[in-house]
Design a protein around this ligand. Sequence first.
Ligand code: FAQ
Length: 324
Amino acid sequence: METLLTAFQLPDLESRFQARIDAEDKIEPKDWMPEEYRKTLIRQISQHAHSEVVGMLPEGNWVTRAPSLKRKAVLLAKIQDEAGHGLYLYSACETLGVSRDQLIDELHSGKAKYSSIFNYPTLNWADIGAIGWLVDGAAIMNQIPLCRASFGPYSRAMIRVCKEESFHQRQGYEIMLTLSKGSKEQKAMAQDALNRWWWPSLMMFGPSDQDSKHSAQSMKWKIKRFSNDELRQRFVDMTVPQAELIGLKVPDDQLKWNEERRSYDFGEIPWDEFWNVVNGNGPCNKKRLADRVNAHNEGKWVREAAEAFAKKQAQRTDSKLKSN
Ligand code: FAQ
């Protein structure tokens, strides 16, 4: 009987759900939602959380070698921000009925994805500038529309994330500006970093629209507001003039302003490289995962201590309440 009822009710529930989305209502964790919507959100939000946390590794590599105390302090603060973003996102994901342990297990077993960009090495200080400028720049371009995602906890988390990412982008650009105004060698370092990070940054937006299997449904559900190619194009249009302003050359011979479209035409993305990295065979995939697993294992005593402390506090509050 229950199955029959569900079968009759489902189309009605689904159309009411879509009507709420179309009316720009926010969906909250306890609202009815199609199972596929829930799964899509868990997939995207957890991949996003993993990216923030794995994304700390290439930058963490430079904390001890930052060129001044000021640069070290700024870099440390940025890396802590990324950890915070991971935490908001894991929390948003948990409201969908999945545990953080489960999500972390999926990352550590290699089942869950994280952004391809964090599988590239940071070879010198200019790479830290390029990550802030390009990687955070691409992240903001992708994430500003997510502030309007239909799922309430995700959209609210993204508002704070975007504010912090925009500071990150500016500090990265400022590093690149300083290097470009420096010695011949420093300018060459900045150009070399741009050469290596340009194409991987464009890949952050995901496969081309024709190969993106989730975009159409995610856009109908207003999780995504723009397609991968649309956001990539906006990023190119925003970033090319920034490169020109500091005297750097974007490494793309086919890059050309298109007056008719009022936008840049650009070359073909090396998709083989993208899929290779996504499938676990990029230059640093194995190292990144091993470093995450190690950090998690080494942090076991911290989690246990925090849990014991929280339990003790709860017991104290309990006995205070009883004695009052
Ligand atoms: N890397 O059908 P679509 C940051 C996968 S945060 C790896 O187009 P969708 C902050 C995709 O998951 C950066 N995998 O998928 C920071 C799917 O695989 P699946 C992270 C990728 O979801 C800065 C398959 O390909 N940002 O940088 C990638 O509709 C500096 C088919 O793709 C977010 O996660 C990729 N680049 O669109 C931290 C933003 N692209 O799951 C430290 C939220 C695609 O079927 C330092 N996410 N795949 O096995 C999104 O907006 C979307 O998920 C997309 C992909 C646009 C990434």
